[in-house]
Design a protein around this ligand. Structure first.
Ligand code: GCB
Length: 604
């Protein structure tokens, strides 16, 4: 990949991190004149002199904070601004600004200078801002965020004009159901690196007999001509003790770890999620400065065949959920309380896996997954892909380049999902996904790739380019609502049909039923808690039979928790297919799922 590294900012003896999270000044560009702020160069002013600002928390979506319907449904640009101080001592360093995610389009000014822009939510970006800063003084940062989704963005959307009582307004439409939350969704960090620094580290791991193998590459940056860089790489165990005989002094090499503590997923080992630390130091001859970066890594193998996925040479069976980054008031903004609670519930219910539907989750979420031993199907932000065009293809590829650059070293990530429910019945889908798949494989041949499919098996044109077939299907909900007696055979038949067509491992990536907590009906009736329980049960019967056939590798309920959607008459307060409510309390079905997931765990 030609993209520069995107190592998560971590403090060390050579690096400082300063958070810019908190309340920012916030001003909405009038809808209908989304370019106003750019035309009038709002970044060159204090926003409070331009208009009536409010205080907006960062990180958070802005949509659900206020009581304004206009802001909730705003289409176009909003502006964020704050000031910060930079110590004089940072003059000796390089200073970077890093955004974990801004949805969708971001432009960033520091003082009066445009320092970067980025298109696409849910993926980090950073820029060096050393030359824009006032050292030992006050600085201003301004961010313009535009949530508009077009046919050429990832994901796609459309802007339509809606006639309203006093004229007409731009309305954002999209075919996916989750609400298009917008704003500065993840932490904003200032961080320093020395003049020459570790730009990237890439790690691959394996196992030969009792010896763990770690192949690494360190990418230095900022070196001057004729400088001779030196690199020192060491491996520490979870107790911070040296785990190899001695440090290695090469930019790329292979480390051998005798009798390693392997990284295991939950349920396959009593100590899942074991992490080592790869400690990398970079220096140059005749200079006393050193840059130090510590990367958590897990030692594991990952392989796959036409019928199974193997971790450390053992077949894995995944039992989990499709999820969303979604919570009350915060929208898609990172909220560590919700992150912690979600992983508590995932452990309580006995899950060992989840898919980051329908976009990459935050670094902070994946850190927890690495540490607790969850298996992650890591999805790029492409949903409902249609109207395949060259520009869309290049953005789609970019989303995978950025995703893999960020997550390539994570032991928890065991599969790339290159799309959710694309229109794979269309002729153009074949060539399009051939190219996306090829691109993904070229960047990372060590992980299998999948698509969460929604079209019928017979008409699919994309499966041949994948390693694993995932399918979403709403039997007894969108298909045959009310008929739980149709589920088991249909699920079995479809899984078999995918396997027969492609001869690849198959998993069910979505199934479920909307459920209003507290609504009870006997016999079960759509939307009741009883109905959800029965729908899940009938799927469990299908899965148990499929598991004996030897190609079925996982079951993922849609969804872990209720989440917000765009407004439509099929949703009550949002999508209610959660096994947990939006405020993370169990529905009746959760106890049932818990029994199954724990008993599957014992079996393995
Ligand atoms: C799907 C989509 C998911 C929706 C779900 C539903 O197929 O992949 O994003 O939320 O259906 O509940 O309609």
């Amino acid at each position: 990949s030609l993209l520069p590294g995107m190592l998560y900012p971590r403090e060390s003896e050579s690096r400082e991190v300063k958070s810019l999270d908190g309340m920012w000044d916030f001003l909405v560009s009038p809808s209908g004149d989304t370019l106003k702020g750019y035309r009038e160069a709002w970044y060159a002013n204090e926003l409070s002199k331009v208009g009536k600002v409010m205080q907006m928390p960062v990180p958070s979506s802005y949509n659900d904070i206020t009581t304004s319907r206009e802001l909730r449904d705003h289409v176009g640009a909003v502006w964020y601004q704050r000031t910060f101080f930079v110590p004089s001592s940072w003059r000796e360093q390089r200073v970077f600004i890093r955004f974990g995610s801004v949805n969708y389009l971001a432009q960033v000014w520091v003082n009066d200078g445009l320092v970067t822009n980025h298109e696409m939510g849910h993926l980090p970006f950073e820029a060096e801002i050393s030359s824009y800063l006032v050292y030992g003084g006050k600085n201003r940062i301004t961010v313009a965020v535009d949530n508009t989704l077009l046919q050429t963005s990832v994901p796609q959307g459309k802007i339509v004009d809606t006639a309203v009582d006093n004229g007409s307004v731009h309305t954002q439409t999209y075919t996916f159901d989750f609400f298009n939350y917008a704003g500065i969704h993840r932490p904003v960090l200032l961080h320093t690196k020395p003049r020459f620094y570790i730009e990237d580290v890439t790690v691959r791991t394996g196992l030969i007999g009792d010896i763990g193998i770690i192949t690494y590459v360190v990418q230095p940056a900022g070196l001057q001509e004729r400088e001779i860089p030196m690199c020192r790489v060491s491996l520490l165990d979870a107790e911070d003790k040296l785990a190899i005989r001695e440090p290695v002094y090469r930019f790329s090499d292979t480390l051998k770890v005798p009798y390693p503590n392997l990284w295991w997923p939950r349920g396959m080992n009593s100590n899942p999620g074991y992490l080592y630390t790869l400690e990398v130091s970079l220096s140059v001859v005749n200079d006393s400065k050193v840059d130090v970066y510590r990367l958590p890594i897990g030692i594991r193998t990952l392989s796959w065949s036409n019928s199974s996925l193997l971790l450390n040479d053992k077949p894995v069976y995944m039992r989990g959920f499709g999820r969303h980054e979604d919570s009350i008031l915060r929208g898609r903004g990172l909220d560590l309380v919700t992150v912690a609670r979600d992983h508590e519930l995932l452990q309580w219910i006995g899950a060992n896996a989840y898919r980051t539907s329908h976009y990459p989750y935050s670094d902070e979420v994946l850190d927890v997954a690495d540490r607790l031993g969850f298996l992650i199907i890591d999805e790029c932000p492409s949903v409902d892909t249609e109207n395949f065009s060259p520009i869309l293809l290049s953005r789609h590829k970019e989303s995978l380049s950025e995703l893999i650059r960020r997550d390539k070293n994570r032991p928890s990530v065991i599969m790339w999902s290159i799309a959710n429910e694309p229109r794979t019945q269309l002729q153009a889908a074949g060539e399009y996904f051939k190219q996306v798949a090829h691109h993904t494989k070229a960047l990372d041949p060590t992980r299998p790739i999948t698509i969460a499919m929604a079209r019928a098996v017979q008409e699919d044109k994309a499966g041949e380019y994948l390693d694993v077939i995932s399918f979403n299907r709403y039997n007894a909900w969108y298909i045959n609502p009310g008929r739980i007696d149709t589920i088991t055979n249909r699920v079995i038949a479809e899984a078999e049909a995918w396997y027969r067509k492609y001869n690849k491992p198959v998993l069910m990536s979505e199934y479920g039923a909307d459920t209003m907590p507290g609504l009870h009906e006997l016999p079960e009736y759509v939307w009741s808690e009883e109905y959800q329980k029965e729908v899940l049960s009938k799927h469990f019967e299908a899965f148990d039979r499929l598991r004996n056939e030897g190609f079925f590798i996982g079951e993922f309920i849609w969804n872990f928790a209720d989440f917000r959607t765009a407004q439509t008459y099929i949703r009550v307060g949002g999508n209610k297919k959660g096994v947990f409510t939006r405020d993370r309390q169990p529905k009746m079905a959760a106890y049932h799922v818990r029994k199954r997931y724990h008993s599957l765990q014992k079996e393995l």
